[in-house]
Write a protein that binds this ligand. Sequence first.
Ligand SMILES: NC(=O)c1ccc[n+]([C@@H]2O[C@H](COP(=O)([O-])OP(=O)(O)OC[C@H]3O[C@@H](n4cnc5c(N)ncnc54)[C@H](O)[C@@H]3O)[C@@H](O)[C@H]2O)c1
Ligand SMILES: [Zn+2]
Ligand SMILES: [Zn+2]
Length: 342
Amino acid sequence: MRQATLISPRHIEFSEVPAPEAANLGEHQVLLRIKRIGICGSEIHSYHGKHPATFYPVVQGHEYSAEVVAIGSAVTVCSKGDMVTARPQLVCRECNPCRRGQYNVCEHLKVEAFQADGAARDYFVVDDDRVVVLPEGMSPDWGAMIEPASVGAHASARAGDLKGKNVVVSGSGTIGILVAQFVKARGARRVLITDVSDFRLSVARKCGITDTLNVMQTPLEEGAKALFGEEGFQVGFEVAGVESSIRSLMAGIEKGGSIVVVAVFEKDPALSMFHLGEHELTLIGTMMYRHEDYLTAVQMVSDGKIMLDPLISRHFPFDQYDDAYKYIDENRGTAMKVIIDL
Ligand SMILES: NC(=O)c1ccc[n+]([C@@H]2O[C@H](COP(=O)([O-])OP(=O)(O)OC[C@H]3O[C@@H](n4cnc5c(N)ncnc54)[C@H](O)[C@@H]3O)[C@@H](O)[C@H]2O)c1
Ligand SMILES: [Zn+2]
Ligand SMILES: [Zn+2]
């Protein structure tokens, strides 16, 4: 079978390697034939050698859809022929967070494509507890996007009950737009999404997030006032990863409000702890997802509550993995989700 290995930054090697055999499957293992792989922002960092927790050489690919080719003797979650996706998290099951059920923050977490090999190959073996079956007829592209959608499912749930609340999502990249859609689907009153790029905001509108604000033209305080009026906003999502973004969220949010920090900051922002205390704000972390978030994401995508097609920029065949990264580099402002077809 074909395999693409990121040997070192900017160096993908294609090789023919033996395919895993159905006869050797463990009783809880599933053999997959990979169909589509989405490239995510963190993998772009790994490709450029700028991801601090990537071990090279590594096989990338952790957002994927696949067909079940064979199952181990004890597998009941899926059958041969099913279209599935699977969580890329390898966890220890023994540490305190794992025992509490918070295995997404396992003390020994390994994520496929970063600290363990991922799915950039024709066949891939996964444990059945990470597999989620896709509804009949769901596009394989959508299947590959359940992973980022699950980030949105988890992040939006971290904010607690959103019903009747006004929400600002700062950052209209793939993740921000997904977060905003989940926030809406979970019953928020109004959702304002912001960015510094009109293009990114136009994609958000295509996904049904109608209230958008370019904070280069109108500061958040002014834009939020115009939309929410005296109601203000009670919840914020920081999905841009820049200091000015979280600072304006903290400055603008109603007293007692909560901000979920989704973005990974390259540089830690300087924030006023005095303001945080005086306004009794809550800052909330969020880390990937758990199995139930995958289930929620599949359900909401399948119900049409979460739109994915406007987020897909381009497809590349497997043997042009490098070209996909080149395309992303050359189209920083406009490239959103890029998908590899196997
Ligand atoms: N917590 C998690 O589990 C998790 C999972 C996946 C991704 N992430 C992180 O989420 C973040 C977003 O991911 P993405 O793929 O959408 O990235 P992205 O770079 O595509 O999106 C960020 C967006 O923020 C915009 N932006 C820049 N400055 C801004 C400002 N001042 N105000 C508002 N918007 C501004 C950019 O124009 C861009 O559209 C990244 O930091 C990523 O690492 C976190
Ligand atoms: Zn990812
Ligand atoms: Zn653990």
